[in-house]
Design a protein around this ligand. Structure first.
Ligand code: OXD
Ligand code: MN
Length: 599
């Protein structure tokens, strides 16, 4: 692409300004062509950013290793930079914009000397859709370019869409020295700008993802009356051939990716059920001219966690990542293929090279006797959604898909039943706002300790969450037909701490009840103080043997636990002081009185 192709004056002026600050040796505009991608892959291999894998077994697949202190999102270095602290709210780190720009400028100054600056025009959502937003990322990382080419629609068609005056999010990234002490992930919602410096980890540097599609987009969505959410989108084809779409929000490590592409268990498959995957991480939802909610997935790929991916947990993903995939921080085997903890098959007996680039053998331990992992627990794959066997045929549909149900969920060993339905939109917003997950033995912290993560957006909401809850309530008022709101919990345990519910594909049995409720088919429900729950007989258990009484345990409501929960909700709400919408305090009081009157 030559510079004469670029007509957008704001874009040219901004790129020139950033070039003066970062001082790259060369500027390359990304056009989205296969030829250019191939050339960049070669350059990344020569420069050591990518390691080619066994092309016979893993065609078009590569491995990348990050620095060992650059393996995850760094929330403590992530800031929302609004003029007033109040607008960032108690849930975000805040820095005034002037100070943030100054601090980052000192790191960006000359950071691209002897490097190339790549200019990536990208669209979140189908190019030209009224749902979509355009961004331009400037970066000195070839790895970022190659990932962005998978995760977004990038290149020349986006520039054409931008024309002379189009708006875009200004995204600037430099690896700089990859120094954690000089790392900042800054969001300037009022300037439609993102600056990220000092990191090479996807969640910090693929600026179309968490930074634009959630933090900046949530801010824009409030202003423009739509929703930008941390949600999967899936279509469930019912036996009558109709496809109903749902969105679902779960905190990290609760199986969003697995749910989005589940394979129906035999009994339900025979009935005629089939799953269509629209997205596994982010949903942008608008009220269309019919007064109902429609969703698109702004991304075009998956940036998912590798460990634990196998033919039982996610057979569709196992197929998806067999080709055209960039792997980050997994174990490299001597034959140029890969392994990770929780992969199909045993650890390679002769070992390999671990995620840090060190020789590794199964059973390796460190000086303290702690196991050394072959793959980092947050190692990732980046792959196009079109590789997925269950990819929806409506991915390029400009208005997305109509949403029948919104599902919230958390990891609760106790308390939350397998599924319940809210009493209506306002109660549903309360259910989402009070979402929480318990820490497990695998995490730092006290086992069972509850961490609140409203709508799974705690690290991703680009403004004050009290205003976010108000926006959700307002959206309900704007719709003529609202999706029904549910809560699920796949993680309830018995007295011995064993999971009561098998999860994975079997979760479709619960989704079937949810859809029956949306279709007015499951009428005889049980009303409890927390919401409507199914009768045990309403869940189709064909082909799934559970010990007798298990479903009853899964659906039980323990009042004592819910009274405890009320205390946690109150403490959480109180941090928002007078900003918390009154409606949510009302829902709190209503839940309390339902629990009391039912004693
Ligand atoms: C993700 C996350 O990477 O939620 O999707 O951290
Ligand atoms: Mn996510």
């Amino acid at each position: 692409m030559t510079k004469s192709h670029i007509h957008n004056k704001k874009l040219i002026a901004w790129v020139n300004k950033m070039v003066r600050m970062c001082e790259p040796d060369e500027i390359v505009w990304i056009d989205g062509s296969n030829e250019q991608r191939k050339k960049l892959e070669e350059e990344a291999i020569t420069g050591g950013e990518l390691i080619p894998l066994n092309q016979a077994k893993l065609p078009d697949c590569f491995l990348h290793r990050t620095s060992i202190d650059d393996v995850a999102r760094t929330e403590h270095l992530t800031f929302i930079c609004t003029k007033r602290k109040r607008d960032a709210g108690p849930n975000n780190n805040w820095m005034p914009p002037g100070l943030a720009y100054r601090k980052a400028k000192a790191i960006f100054k000359g950071a691209m000397r002897a490097r190339t600056m790549y200019v990536i025009p990208f669209s979140m959502g189908p190019v030209g859709s009224p749902f979509s937003k355009i961004g331009v990322e400037l970066t000195d990382s070839c790895y970022v370019v190659l990932n962005m080419l998978i995760m977004t629609r990038a290149g020349e068609p986006v520039l054409r869409q931008l024309e002379e005056n189009g708006e875009f999010t200004k995204c600037l990234h430099s690896k700089a020295q990859l120094d954690i002490n000089k790392r900042l992930i800054l969001h300037f919602p009022q300037d439609n700008t993102i600056w990220s410096v000092g990191s090479g980890y996807g969640g910090n540097v693929l600026l179309g993802k968490k930074c634009l599609s959630l933090r900046i987009a949530s801010y824009l969505a409030r202003r423009e009356h739509w929703l930008a959410e941390h949600m999967l989108i899936m279509g469930i084809e019912e036996p009558n051939g109709q496809i109903k779409y749902i969105v679902a929000a779960f905190p990290s490590a609760c199986g969003k990716t697995n749910l989005a592409m589940l394979v129906p268990p035999e009994g339900l498959k025979k009935k005629g059920y089939r799953i269509w995957t629209v997205g596994d991480d982010i949903a942008w939802m608008r009220i269309d001219s019919d007064g109902t909610l429609w969703a698109i997935n702004p991304e075009s790929g998956f940036f998912g966690v590798v460990p634990g991916t196998n033919s039982k947990t996610n057979p569709n993903m196992v197929e998806t990542i067999k080709k055209n995939t960039i792997y980050t921080n997994v174990l490299l085997k001597p034959d140029g293929t890969l392994w990770w903890e929780g992969a199909d098959g045993e650890a390679p007996p002769t070992g390999g090279v671990d995620w840090r680039g060190q020789p590794w053998v199964p059973g390796a331990v460190d000086a303290l006797g702690k196991p050394i992992l072959g793959a980092h627990p947050n190692s990732r794959f980046t792959v196009s959604i079109t590789n997925c066997p269950s990819a929806s045929f409506r991915l390029e549909q400009h208005h997305g898909v109509p949403i029948s149900a919104i599902v919230f969920g958390g990891r609760r060993a106790h308390l939350a039943p397998l599924v319940y339905e809210s009493f209506g939109w306002q109660h549903g917003v309360f259910v989402g706002a009070t979402m929480a997950s318990e820490l497990t033995a695998a995490q730092v912290g006290k086992i069972g300790q509850v961490r609140r993560d409203p709508m799974a957006m705690l690290p991703f909401c680009g403004y004050n969450m009290a205003d976010y809850f108000r926006h959700w309530l307002d959206m309900g008022r704007r719709m003529t037909k609202r999706p029904q709101i549910f809560h699920v919990n796949w993680f309830r345990t018995d007295a011995q701490g064993k999971f009561l519910w098998p999860g994975f594909g079997e979760n479709l049995r619960v989704l079937e009840w949810i859809l029956d409720r949306c279709n007015n088919k499951a009428e005889a429900v049980v009303k409890t103080p927390v919401g409507y729950i199914p009768r045990a007989s309403d869940i189709d258990m064909t082909g799934l043997e559970l010990p007798s009484g298990t479903l009853k345990k899964l659906l039980a409501i323990d009042k004592k636990e819910w009274f405890e929960e009320l205390k946690g909700i109150k403490a959480f709400f109180k941090q928002f002081k007078k900003d918390l919408p009154q409606e949510l305090w009302q829902e709190y009081e209503d839940l309390k009185s339902r629990l009391e009157s039912n004693e």
